[in-house]
Design a protein around this ligand. Structure first.
Ligand code: FAD
Length: 265
């Protein structure tokens, strides 16, 4: 393995503009929209590429997802990852954030040496922002979330701004993990040559058995998940009524309506 090793965690997420919700089963209908790199993870990957441009080394992208997510990892290769690993197995299914982060952390352990792990701040579908910090806890390494600027990088430490409403300038000793916000950079687009190269790239597939020497397989998937989704709801959007009051008594009628609705006392 080359000198400085950055791992980027990429969640294949449904295109949020087009995805539908299966209201009867209370789940996202994953067949209704193609999978793509979670938008925040594009920033994570771009951060890794910029760090590699300064320090050299290697970038490994890891996803835990069904086999149909393979093109998403090819896209990660087109955008600068050197190696991509898809963790896929029925035994990973039904994972809550704890089991997801445990599985991802186990794969990173299996890789051996790593210096920096970069995640998106959150996903557009699950939106918990828990997975990154949990991966760091499983690996026993420090982490900083909501990184909006990377000021300095070296092989030993990062100087970063974490923005949680108030910006903090922080030093992170490596190995460590950061989660990045949209402000951290502007992801570049892959060129045609990048896309063609990625099309031929091989995505490594790891199953639960591949992680058995570094992990407890009972902590994967449904059996490793202490939380259960009991019911999911689709919120109905309240539309504006859009009434137009015209004529000389328009203001009086408006006041009458506002009083009736309890808006004016
Ligand atoms: P966040 O914590 O918001 O993500 C932060 C960052 O972590 C991302 O930007 C990315 O860098 C990284 N990351 C997150 N997830 C992954 C991943 N999978 N691979 C690589 N990097 C990642 N989902 C299912 O698909 N099938 C199920 O059956 C299922 N069952 C669930 C049951 C329960 C009880 C719960 C609570 C959730 C379940 N989920 C299921 C959802 C699943 O737990 C989440 O999709 C997953 O844990 C990621 O959470 P998140 O989207 O909130 O990620």
């Amino acid at each position: 393995m080359k000198d400085f090793h950055v791992v980027v965690l990429i969640k294949p997420s449904p295109d949020i503009e087009n995805v539908r919700f299966d209201t009867e089963r209370g789940v996202v209908d994953r067949s209704s929209a193609p999978l793509e790199i979670n938008p925040f993870d594009l920033n994570a990957l771009e951060a890794a590429v910029q760090i590699k441009e300064k320090l050299g080394g290697e970038i490994t992208a890891i996803s835990m997802a069904p086999p149909m997510a393979e093109p998403v990892l090819k896209d990660a290769i087109a955008r600068g990852a050197d190696r991509a690993i898809l963790l896929t197995d029925k035994r990973f299914a039904g994972a809550d954030t704890l089991a997801t982060s445990y599985t991802l952390a186990s794969a990173i352990k299996k890789l051996g040496k790593f210096d920096l792990i970069i995640c998106g701040e959150k996903t557009v579908d699950g939106d918990t922002a828990q997975v990154g910090p949990e991966v760091a806890e499983h690996l026993g390494i420090p982490h900083v979330a909501y990184v909006s600027r990377i000021e300095e990088v070296s092989k030993e430490r990062l100087l970063i701004v974490s923005d949680m409403g108030v910006p903090y300038l922080m030093e992170l000793r490596l190995p460590g993990l950061i989660t990045v916000t949209k402000d951290v950079n502007k992801p570049r687009l892959p060129t045609l040559r990048d896309k063609l190269r990625a099309r031929k790239a091989k995505i490594e597939v790891w199953t639960a058995d591949d992680l058995a020497d570094v992990a407890d397989v009972n902590r994967f998937g449904f059996s490793g998940s202490p939380t259960r989704v009991v019911k999911a709801f689709v919120l109905t959007e309240k539309k504006r009524k859009g009434v137009i009051f015209k004529g000389e008594d328009a203001v009086d009628r408006l006041i009458e309506v506002l009083e009736r609705e309890g808006i004016l006392g």
